[in-house]
Design a protein. Structure first.
Ligand SMILES: Cc1cc2nc3c(=O)[nH]c(=O)nc-3n(C[C@H](O)[C@H](O)[C@H](O)COP(=O)(O)OP(=O)(O)OC[C@H]3O[C@@H](n4cnc5c(N)ncnc54)[C@H](O)[C@@H]3O)c2cc1C
Length: 511
């Protein structure tokens, strides 16, 4: 497994992604501003793109990031830039009509073009490369689905055609060629957005978690410990806004897995390739430190539900079935959010004071959707009309039929709200915990989230997620406590890593 030395960008898990090889240096920016036009919470692709757009427009912007730039999913992405999304245009049409599907396709294209524009304008050296994409079907049912996808793509003007020659070792029945896809190195990209943002007068505060906001007379005052920041507008570019809000019930958190492997031969594809299995797989090639790596990803499951180690094992089996794997250089997982009706939520947060915005529910497509959200949010802050504001509005009233995922996800959230409040007898004892593992145990009638450190030391926490009271599960791969309800994630010491909770898991002191 690869080991990087020196100053690396941090990430919300113990496993290292290849993007952390970027030469990360902490940003230094100071400001004497009393009140900002906008405070952006979170420095992933959404936050930094929004910050740059607003600063370019002459606004005074401050970005507060709880950890370091790219710490969230942007540091654990697989960095495909696509002309299509996980919500197919056929699904988009069934939920939002033909116009809705067209707007969705246009938004994806505009997000893609914004990334390309930034790379060209700022001369960003981030391994940007355009590739041909392929999507293939292995069963008759998938052939039918592929055809629906194809027809809906043609309708919204996204180039696609059937193709027999696909650079995949997998036996398939039918495949689409999708010209004009791309890939890049997300952290190299963010580092230059950050530098430009600061050069234009923007302020970035890393290691600054925003834990509260008070609003009065159109002014918002955010606090991070002792520090307070006053701003006219606040944007939660946190992937999921904190606290219990409408998004807690409209977005389902998922984990997704990626391996970056070296091959014994030279069969690295010069393409981005996707199957239609459920959960699905994709492959692409990325050169890191002058060595080609095959990125194989997928095997997604709802956060806190399946065994992450098994997901990695299955992905590795898949990789070894189709490729001559010499070594596994990286393996990592990260989190994304599936929106209830298939479209992201971008704009004013319902039931919050005016001027508090967010962008969430990007599914596995946040490079394009995070970028276009940045444009929508920047326009909203500046009072400029944006053609995507309405369709992506978090306040939209959308009938949920046509998007079956929602029913499944919401049933599951409701189940955990109820089931986690009943004690389930736990027969395991602390002694059975191996070093480096964790488990929710029932001891003397109380549930405890217990982690046994590599040195054998025990860290006991309340397993009750501080967000909505569900019981966390241990993620053995990333060594984190993950909440199955809304995707809150905590370190083994209980501190918040990511997701909607803002408070640490309570430490149990008597152990
Ligand atoms: C394995 C995987 C592969 C993916 N592959 C692709 C792909 O190929 N193409 C694609 O388009 N999309 C992909 N996605 C989705 C995409 O990576 C995400 O949608 C995108 O990175 C989200 O970016 P973001 O800036 O909105 O959020 P994040 O990158 O998660 O950034 C949010 C930031 O907010 C900070 N934060 C949170 N709370 C606070 C607080 N209270 N105070 C201060 N800061 C805070 C966090 O530390 C974090 O840095 C993938 C997702 C996964 C999980």
């Amino acid at each position: 497994m690869h080991e990087t030395t020196g100053n690396i960008a941090k990430r919300d898990g113990a496993l290292e992604s290849p993007w952390q090889t970027a030469a990360y240096t902490a940003a230094t920016s100071t400001s004497t501003q009393q009140t900002y036009d906008c405070l952006i919470v979170g420095a992933g692709i959404t936050g930094l793109t929004t910050g740059l757009l607003l600063q370019q427009a002459g606004k005074n912007v401050i970005i507060a990031e709880a950890h370091t730039l790219g710490f969230g999913t942007t540091g654990g992405t697989s960095a495909h830039i696509n002309t299509f999304a996980d919500t197919t245009f056929a699904e988009a049409e069934s939920a939002f009509g033909e116009d809705g599907a067209q707007l969705f396709a246009d938004a994806i294209r505009d997000g893609f073009n914004l990334i390309k524009h930034n790379i060209n304008e700022l001369g960003i050296d981030c391994d940007y490369a355009e590739k041909t994409g392929y999507l293939y079907a292995e069963t008759d049912e998938q052939v039918k689905l592929l055809h629906e996808i194809y027809q809906a793509m043609l309708k919204v003007g996204v180039p696609a055609h059937y193709q027999h020659n696909v650079p995949t070792p997998v036996a398939f029945k039918k495949a689409l060629e999708l010209p004009g896809q791309a890939q890049f190195h997300p952290i190299e990209y963010l580092l230059v957005l950050r530098d430009e943002f600061i050069a234009l007068g923007g302020t970035l505060l890393e290691n600054t978690p925003i834990d509260n906001i008070e609003s009065n007379d159109g002014l918002h005052v955010a606090s991070s410990g002792e520090r307070s920041i006053a701003a006219q507008n606040i944007i939660y570019a946190t992937h999921m806004p904190p606290g219990i809000n409408v998004f807690s019930f409209r977005c389902a958190p998922y984990r997704s897995y990626v391996l970056a492997v070296k091959l014994t031969d030279d069969t690295y594809p010069d393409a981005v390739i996707y199957d239609l299995q459920d959960p699905y797989h994709y492959v692409r090639t990325h050169v890191i430190d002058e060595e080609p790596l095959l990125l194989i990803g997928g095997n997604d499951h709802k956060t806190g539900h399946d065994d992450p180690e098994k997901a990695f094992d299955d992905l590795e089996k898949y990789a070894r079935t189709y490729y001559n794997v010499a070594s596994i250089e990286y393996r990592w997982s990260s989190q994304y959010y599936i929106p209830a009706d298939g479209f992201p939520y971008v704009g004013q947060i319902p039931f919050m004071p005016d001027g508090i915005f967010t962008a969430t529910g990007f599914n596995g497509n946040g490079m394009m959707l995070g970028s276009i959200s940045a444009k929508i949010l920047a326009d909203q802050v500046m009072g400029i009309e944006n053609r995507y504001s309405k369709i992506f509005s978090p306040s939209r009233l959308k009938p949920i039929d046509g998007f079956t995922e929602l029913v499944k996800e919401n049933a599951d959230v409701a189940y955990h709200f109820v089931a986690d409040r009943f004690g389930i007898p736990e027969t395991d004892s602390l002694k059975q915990l191996a070093p480096g593992t964790g488990k929710v145990l029932e001891l003397n009638g109380s549930k405890l989230a217990v982690y046994c450190g590599e040195d054998g030391g025990i860290q006991a926490l309340s397993p009750v997620c501080t967000h909505a009271g569900c019981i966390v599960n241990f993620n053995a791969a990333e060594k984190t406590w993950d909440c199955p309800c809304h995707g809150g994630r905590f370190n083994t010491d209980g501190s918040v890593i990511t997701g909607p909770p803002t408070k640490a898991l309570q430490t149990i002191k008597y152990i």
